[in-house]
Ligand binder design. Structure first.
Ligand code: GLC
Ligand code: MG
Length: 420
């Protein structure tokens, strides 16, 4: 479920070529952003994806790359809004954008002009999508627009990536969907302290014109968005054009706009360690940080990215309660401590391989002044396979500087590349 208070930070990000760098097979910057978000923001902020993808293609992407679960997903180019883990659809939004929309009339014109449809999954109730080459778009777009307006249709055309043409109700689109969401949050008394929008192509343009947002155009942005930015007159200081690509550009923008903290745990060279936190602050954020850092340290150990010294291994073991036990959903009890002992011999076993571990949906509940119950999905990617069990652990004893992770419940809601 998405964070229910007033978000300290609201990030609204496009996915393809913004959050997700398709050429980066190691998903380095996506994992950097994920670790930063889970450890520092997930407990009091809200992550929203805003993508042109349909629900099907959104699900496809989630099976392919280490994408965090967002609190809200705005799909199909701002024509469908879904909330929380359960992806509950916003029907109020559908009612708003349905007024005056006539899909059949759009299709009629498209046939008359012999336009090339995108695949079936990308045709949605309030989105008709085509492929139009850049050279042709100069002629096709004004002609299509004129014909649709002639029919009295209240629509808009959006051209992205030098190929994709979407016809949407004029009341829809990424910008309108965000305005709707912000109004909704306001009505609930949950105005975000700060909002950062992130994009790379034509369908993201509207996001940058929403009131009170700052925005980042990632370095790898498409011509149409860069051209739009160049054409804007007046103060553009709320838009930052990054020098880095995709999610790395988002982190760069967080630094630019002073949105803190903005150093990912994955960018710290010193092995992450509970030793660093002599007086750990017991709050929901600190509990989440422990989980993220613990998984990251395990990943680095197995990949051999950190030194194989006794000291590093001690750090790995340090946070884990000696007597911690794990009660599995199917009734067996095992010892995470023993598992960690076994890790010693596995140092570097994943070196040079595609291997990552990360936490998603980290949620903490305060039990007492120095203890938190944390639930999270522990993801592991090995080659092409991604899988996750769900964990619960108790984090306690902050005062002693021995932050203790005591895994006591382990539920294998097995998920391997899409199968639940
Ligand atoms: C995504 C969608 C596609 C759309 C494009 C631009 O790629 O799958 O249908 O045209 O975004 O909005
Ligand atoms: Mg994009």
């Amino acid at each position: 479920m998405e964070f229910k208070g007033s978000p300290r930070l609201l990030i609204v990000s496009d996915l393809d070529h913004t959050m997700v760098e398709h050429g980066d097979h190691d998903n380095k910057s996506l994992l950097r952003f994920g670790a930063l978000w889970q450890s520092e923001f997930n407990h009091d902020s809200l992550l929203v994806y805003s993508t042109g993808r349909s629900p099907k293609m959104f699900a496809d992407l989630r099976r392919e790359v280490p994408l965090l679960t967002a609190g809200i997903a705005i799909l199909s180019c701002g024509t469908e809004i879904f909330y929380g883990d359960t992806m509950t659809k916003d029907h109020g939004w559908i009612d708003i954008i349905s007024k005056g929309w006539n899909r059949a009339a759009v299709e009629e014109v498209a046939e008359e002009m012999n336009l090339k449809y995108q695949c079936d999954s990308e045709q949605r109730p309030h989105k008709v999508s085509f492929h139009v080459r850049k050279e042709e778009s100069v002629h096709t777009m004004p002609t299509l627009l004129a014909k649709l307006l002639e029919k009295g249709l209240d629509i808009k055309l959006i051209y992205s990536g030098g190929l994709d043409l979407d016809v949407l109700p004029r009341a829809a689109g990424k910008g309108q969907a965000l305005r709707y969401l912000l109004q909704k949050l306001k009505a609930e008394g949950r105005v975000p302290q700060q909002t950062l929008v992130c994009g790379d192509s034509g369908n993201d343009q509207e996001l940058f014109s929403v009131d009170n947002v700052c925005g980042v155009i990632v370095a790898n942005a498409k011509d149409e968005l860069l051209q739009w930015h160049a054409d804007q007159v007046g103060d553009k200081s709320h838009i930052f054009v990054a020098t880095e690509n995709c999610a790395a550009g988002i982190i760069e923008a967080m630094k630019h706009f002073g949105l803190e903290p903005n150093v990912s745990p994955r960018d710290r060279t010193v092995p992450l360690s509970v030793h660093d936190k002599l007086v750990p602050k017991a709050d929901a954020g600190a509990a989440a940080r422990e989980v993220v850092e613990y998984l990251l340290l395990t990943e680095q150990w197995l990949r051999g990215d950190i030194s194989a010294s006794e000291e590093v291994f001690r750090r790995l073991k340090f946070g884990l309660a000696k007597d911690s036990s794990r009660v599995c959903a199917w009734g067996t009890i095992d010892s995470p401590h023993k598992e960690i002992e076994n890790l010693q011999a596995q140092y570097g076993s994943q070196r040079g391989k595609v291997f990552h571990m990360w936490a998603d949906r980290v949620r903490s509940m305060k039990l007492s002044d120095d203890s938190w119950l944390v639930r999270f999905d522990k993801w592991e990617r090995s080659g092409e396979t991604m899988s996750t069990p769900v964990f619960e652990c108790l984090i306690a004893d902050w005062s002693n500087c021995s932050v203790i992770l005591s895994f006591f419940h382990y539920q294998r809601l097995e998920y391997t590349n899409g199968s639940m």
